[in-house]
Design a binder for this molecule. Structure first.
Ligand SMILES: [Zn+2]
Length: 460
């Protein structure tokens, strides 16, 4: 095998060549380092060894470092996504139903209905399609909020896809589509996965395990999960020392979910709450007091009618906030550039001020703050020496860019996934010259189409 080939099933991150990214506009997102307009980033052993202008790789102990020319490119931390149901990417843009079908439309009927006929292999194809899109879009960390674990094979298949993709991921093991509200999720399966979780299963440290629990409202505002059920699920996660994530979804009629969690003593710094659009001021104070993180997915929250994200209120309370895709069955794509731009726009619109949120602050939410919200900020989220090499190079030569003005402004308001030239996760090159390197995009999309055809025929 030549050094350029990567075995299809390699647990990436175990072998990384030394690289030096040369002469890019480096946006470190590290307040101590700032931006370096003609900067270099040296990568050794999959980590960031040095950041600066005119780095001497040999003097820094990496004489063999291969150069990646970044002239005309913005070099930035890989984007950090914090809540995404990767499996249902096979149902992309299906929330409105399909032409000629009278099946009830809407995100929950579609994903719950079709989700129940997903095989483990379908979860694999959905997750891999999502990973391919993530890499293409410059996302290097995902939080795989897995709520269609229909058995051990489903979880195993999703983890296999994540390991093949080479992304950094929190895999939050959850329940399944259509799981009865009054029954606890498969905590035995969770315990077995946790027992077997070791460096090998974690793909060289790229994968970490978490638990996707149902809170009082499940993930669907129409769900009502009894306290005894969600309390047992969360207690199991805590007994295992795993981070927990729950949805607090829905329009104002579904408010009070965070207060219920607080009342049961279930809030804590290991808890990520998703959406929280209807959180009251008192509930936001409870989240802040307990040190919880919140994941916001403005596109899905707007499209499904949950209302506006309370981004400014959460940030003002000192809560760790990350941005998320949620589900492409509803939002269509995983464009974190657009998610950052929408986040900035919604904060400014609500405040009636142009700079209530700057592009730089929105970029922080999509990088270092997202990492902090997942407890991964010591590892990723900024171009800080010592962190793992999760990096994107964004080419500015395309017509939608073309000039190199404020790099944060360009990334948040102008850049699109197609501008992402190069993606590295853990020092491995996953995209180069605008093309996927380690994944076969054509094969993945062909298999996704085939898997969806099978799902639809079984559900018919
Ligand atoms: Zn969700």
């Amino acid at each position: 095998m030549s050094p350029h080939q990567v075995p299809a099933n390699a647990a990436r991150g175990t072998v990384s060549e030394d690289l030096i990214i040369r002469s890019g506009h480096v946006v470190t997102m590290d307040p101590g380092l700032g931006d370096i307009p003609d900067g270099d980033v040296l990568l050794t052993g999959g980590r960031i060894a040095a950041v600066g202008a005119g780095l001497d790789a040999a003097a820094l102990g990496a004489p063999q470092a291969r150069e990646l020319d970044a002239r005309g490119m913005i070099v930035a931390p890989g984007l950090v996504e914090t809540h995404w149901h990767l499996w249902n990417t096979l149902l992309r843009s299906m929330s409105g139903g399909m032409p000629g079908e009278d099946r009830p439309a809407g995100y929950f009927p579609v994903s719950l209905g079709l989700g129940q006929v997903f095989t483990g292999q379908d979860n694999y194809h959905g997750t891999l399609l999502a990973c391919a899109e993530a890499i293409n879009s410059g996302i290097t960390t995902v939080h795989d909020w897995s709520h269609n674990v229909r058995g051990p094979a489903h979880a195993e298949a999703e983890l296999r896809a994540l390991a093949e993709a080479g992304l950094r991921a929190r895999y939050s093991y959850g329940y399944s589509a259509g799981h009865p509200n009054d029954q606890v999720m498969d905590t035995g399966g969770l315990r077995a996965l946790h027992r077997g979780w070791k460096t090998g299963a974690g793909a060289g440290g790229l994968l970490t395990l978490g638990v996707a629990c149902r809170g009082p409202g499940g993930s669907n505002p129409a769900m009502r999960v009894p306290p005894g059920v969600y309390q047992r699920e969360m207690a199991t996660a805590r007994e295992l020392g795993l981070p927990v994530t729950v949805h607090a979804s829905g329009p104002p009629a579904a408010a009070g979910q965070i207060a219920a969690l607080a009342g049961a003593g279930l809030l804590g710094p290991d808890l990520q709450v998703v959406h929280a659009n209807s959180a009251s001021a008192a509930e936001i104070a409870q989240l802040a007091e307990a040190g919880c993180a919140v994941s916001l997915s403005p596109f899905s929250e707007l499209l499904i009618g949950y209302g506006l994200p309370q981004t400014a209120e959460l940030l003002a309370a000192g809560i760790r906030v990350g941005l998320s895709v949620d589900t492409t069955a509803l939002t269509g794509n995983a464009d974190m550039f657009a998610i950052m731009k929408l986040t900035q726009g919604l904060i400014n619109a609500t405040a009636h001020q142009e700079f209530a949120c700057t592009a730089r602050q929105a970029l922080a939410l999509g990088t270092i703050e997202g990492a902090r919200s997942l407890g991964l900020d010591a590892v990723t989220g900024s171009l800080t020496p010592g962190k793992r090499a999760d990096i994107i190079l964004v080419a500015t030569g395309h017509p939608n860019l073309g000039v190199l003005t404020d790099p944060a402004g360009l990334l948040v308001t102008a850049a699109q996934p197609g501008n992402v030239d190069t993606v590295l996760a853990n020092g491995q090159i996953l995209k180069r010259g605008g093309a996927l390197v380690t994944l076969d995009g054509e094969r993945i999309t062909a298999q996704a189409r085939e898997a969806l055809a099978g799902i639809r025929s079984r559900a018919a």
